[in-house]
Write a new protein. Structure first.
Length: 168
C-alpha cells in the first residue's frame, strides 16, 4: 500500500474551527478565497496543539478577517468531518490530511463593518467578503462543503434572528 493509500485508509483529519459570524441582522459573513475566485466560505482555520476551540476561533478570526470583536453564542457538541477532493488533498499540507475535523462555533459580531480587514495576516486567504442571509448559506458553498454547511445552518439557525433594537 502506498503512503497516500495508507493515509486515506487511516482518515487523518486536520483539527480546526469553523466561524459562523452573525451580524445583528442575522446574516452570516462569508469571504471569497484568493486561490479560488468565486469560491465563498465562512472563515475557518486550524487548532494548534493544546489549544481550545474557543481560543482558536478568536485567533483565526483575527488572522483571517482582522477582528476579534465578537461573542460566542454557541458551539456544536460534535466534530464535523469532511473529505477534501483528491486533487486538493494531495496539494494541501503536503498531502498529510484527507480532510478536516471541525468544531463549529456561532458568534455575534459586536463591531462595525469597517473593522473587517482581510489584509491583516501575512498571507491573506480572502479577496472579498459580504454578509448573506444565513438560510442561503449552502448555495455559496463549494460542493464538498455543502453537507457541512447544511448541518451548520440546521444547528445554528436559532442564532440567526435579527436582534431587536431597544424600545422596538
Amino acid at each position: 500500500m502506498t503512503e497516500k493509500e495508507t493515509r486515506q485508509a487511516q482518515k487523518i483529519y486536520r483539527p480546526g474551527v469553523g466561524i459562523v459570524l452573525l451580524n445583528n441582522a442575522g446574516n452570516v459573513l462569508i469571504a471569497e478565497r484568493l486561490d479560488n475566485p468565486g469560491g465563498w466560505q465562512m472563515p475557518q482555520g486550524g487548532i494548534d496543539e493544546g489549544e481550545a476551540p474557543e481560543t482558536a476561533v478568536f485567533r483565526e478570526m483575527e488572522e483571517e478577517i482582522g477582528t476579534r470583536n465578537a461573542e460566542i453564542l454557541g458551539m456544536m457538541n460534535d466534530w464535523i468531518c469532511y473529505d477534501f477532493p483528491q486533487a486538493l488533498s494531495d496539494r494541501l499540507w503536503d498531502g498529510k490530511y484527507c480532510g478536516q475535523r471541525q468544531k463549529w462555533i456561532a458568534l455575534r459580531f459586536l463591531g462595525s463593518d469597517d473593522e473587517i480587514d482581510l489584509t491583516t495576516h501575512d498571507e491573506p486567504e480572502f479577496s472579498a467578503w459580504k454578509w448573506v442571509p444565513f438560510d442561503e448559506l449552502t448555495r455559496y458553498a463549494v460542493p464538498f462543503k455543502r453537507a457541512v454547511y447544511a448541518h451548520v445552518v440546521k444547528e445554528f439557525m436559532r442564532y440567526a434572528l435579527p436582534l431587536r433594537k431597544p424600545g422596538a
